[in-house]
Design a protein around this ligand. Structure first.
Ligand code: ADA
Length: 568
């Protein structure tokens, strides 16, 4: 399952999920021994999608692994294979031929096989979850470095001239929307073709004149129209519009909601109204499923967020699945979406690395093109906790922010800083996210007040005076079930005390426009005997969840729910 709705009614599609052949390759022999066409006989089975790090024997396996399945084509056909998420490196082979490579585990990519002959075809994928100092994430991050084909694989049959993409832009005036549909049509034919492209949504149909698509080329066109009496998408009021583009032989369906989001002074306005954000950070992770998070649990997580009184969730720390974002659209829940640039222990060499920068820019591009239409997304997050006191971070920030702004002027750009009082990149962003852990890593909860005073002085110095501020991370660990008379470190009581006192400080401060508690639920972390990092992660979990990893509420959950459901 990729989306909550069908993206094609004319184009034939099939999901290739299921039992695939699977074998790990710890000695990296697969390429030299030609496993792409001679798959090892000793392979076992693995379910796609899933993570191998949830299975016996591969619990902490990092390295290469090979997957194999087969698909049939009844006649010669143009086949597009869509991969929703493969952690992190993917080399794809069809019938022994290498057809493409992709880096980046959380964004979709696709490969086209034009005029594939009829018959059975072998699809082999070499997957590698090795990360290093130049990958996103790097090899040090506060979550488990899962590997596998974590999201669905889809096969599509394309006509010779097919709809490549649609981008919906709009401007709103009261309840009127001026709409531009930017459409790309591509050809796999050896001859020029003439087609008619039409598009529409409820209450609006648009048609283009005949369009000529040159052999093997892509043609772009824009259809314009106006829609009156629109309903706006808003928190808890999820009005959605489904757009269909068709050539008669092919189609592409997507959905959006009409809303505006902007900054006015120190406030964030949604549809012109002041917004106060109440939410949590959420990894799309579960001890049994890793990052191959099943739809049924997404629905439950959303129910829990709603129960808690949240209006926003931060997709920490990577683009989350399309199914999840569709659910957020459908329920009127806001989202902060970001790429896996987690910098807590990152060196300046990494920040300065051209490959690292290029990978980040590319990932931002993939995230924004995939998720451009979701009304729930109001923030694009550029990075999390890199050393924003440095020139290297400044240069990287410039590249990232200009990439985001070049692709999307309709959303706000943000990030999370852990150096709020010395940060030099503040001026590049619309909204500032501050991550701080008073009451856990540093001092007592009261430290937040002094930090905020110092932050505002620094913001003034760096051209960010008056920008909206969100407390994007704060919290403390509480081991599920550990309670007592005294608030001991790691007890549920201690965690509840830190979170509720911090919330009081932030909610009483009119300069802060929202809070995102770290974290929704406990998550698995890479605690390795050969490394110094994350040694305080008892059970090999980040225990700062308001819920246990199995979504059982801790004391802090119940208290946050009371606070989030009360008047400020
Ligand atoms: C950071 C980071 C989170 C998590 C948290 C913590 O702020 O962004 O991913 O690691 O700290 O628990 O320390």
């Amino acid at each position: 399952m990729i989306r909550t709705f069908q993206q094609h009614k004319l184009r034939p599609t099939r999901i290739l999920d299921g039992l695939w052949d699977f074998v790990t390759d710890p000695d990296n022999k697969g390429v030299s021994e030609g496993w792409a066409s001679h798959f090892p006989a000793n392979s076992k089975k693995s379910v796609v999608p899933s993570c191998w790090n949830n299975e016996l024997g591969t619990y902490d396996y990092i390295g290469g692994a090979w997957y194999r399945t087969y698909f049939d084509t009844l006649q010669e056909a143009n086949i597009r294979l869509v991969f929703e998420g493969i952690l992190h490196h993917a080399d794809v082979y069809v019938d022994g031929q290498h057809i493409g490579y992709h880096f980046g585990g959380f964004t979709q990519f696709s490969l086209i096989l034009p005029h594939l002959t009829a018959g059975q075809h072998e699809l082999v994928i070499r997957v590698d979850n090795t990360v290093d100092w130049q990958t996103l994430p790097t090899d040090i991050a506060d979550w488990h470095s899962y590997g596998g084909i974590i999201r669905s694989v889809e096969l599509q049959e394309l006509p010779d001239v097919y709809i490549d993409s649609m981008k919906i832009d709009y401007q709103l005036k009261d309840d009127n929307a001026d709409i531009q549909l930017h459409i790309q049509v591509s050809s796999l034919s050896q001859e020029d073709c003439q087609i008619e492209v039409s598009a529409g949504t409820e209450g609006l149909s648009l048609a283009a004149d005949q369009v000529i698509v040159a052999a093997g080329q892509t043609t772009s066109l824009t259809l314009n129209g106006s829609l009156a009496y629109i309903k706006r998408w808003d928190v808890g009021q999820p009005a959605l519009y489904t757009f269909t583009v068709t050539t008669g032989e092919d189609d592409l369906i997507d959905r959006t909601g009409f809303r505006t989001v902007e900054v006015q002074g120190s406030d964030i306005l949604l549809n012109g109204k002041k917004l106060y954000l109440q939410g949590v950070n959420r990894h799309e992770e579960h001890p049994e499923w890793g990052f191959a998070f099943p739809p049924k649990l997404m629905l439950k997580d959303l129910d829990i967020l709603t129960d808690m009184g949240c209006n926003i969730v931060r997709g920490s720390h990577y683009p989350q699945s399309q199914f999840w974002i569709d659910l957020l659209d459908e329920h009127g829940m806001l989202l902060w979406s970001e790429i896996p640039m987690w910098g807590c222990f990152m060196s300046v060499e990494t920040l300065a690395s051209p490959i690292f920068r290029e990978r980040g820019v590319h990932m931002l591009g993939e995230m924004i093109s995939r998720d451009y239409h979701h009304p729930s997304i109001i923030f694009w997050g550029a990075h999390n906790e890199i050393d924003t006191r440095t020139q290297e971070a400044l240069e990287l920030t410039k590249a990232f922010v200009s990439k985001i702004r070049s692709m999307d002027a309709s959303r706000l750009v943000t990030y999370a800083t852990m150096q709020p009082t010395e940060d030099i990149v503040l001026s590049y962003f619309d909204v500032i996210g501050i991550n701080k852990y008073y009451g856990w890593y540093e001092g007592s909860v009261d430290g937040f007040s002094t930090m905020l005073q110092d932050y505002f002085v620094n913001a003034e110095k760096h051209g960010a005076a008056g920008k909206p501020v969100i407390m994007s991370e704060f919290g403390a660990a509480g081991i599920f079930g550990d309670a007592g008379w005294e608030p001991r470190l790691f007890s549920e009581d201690y965690q509840a005390d830190v979170v509720t006192r911090a919330l009081k400080i932030f909610r009483d401060d009119p300069r802060i426009v929202g809070t995102l508690i770290w974290h929704f639920a406990d998550i698995r972390v890479d605690v390795r005997s050969d490394r110094p990092y994350f040694r305080d992660r008892a059970r090999s979990f980040n225990n700062k969840g308001l819920l246990s990893e199995y979504r059982k509420p801790k004391l802090a959950y119940r208290l946050v729910k009371e606070i989030y459901r009360s008047e400020r």
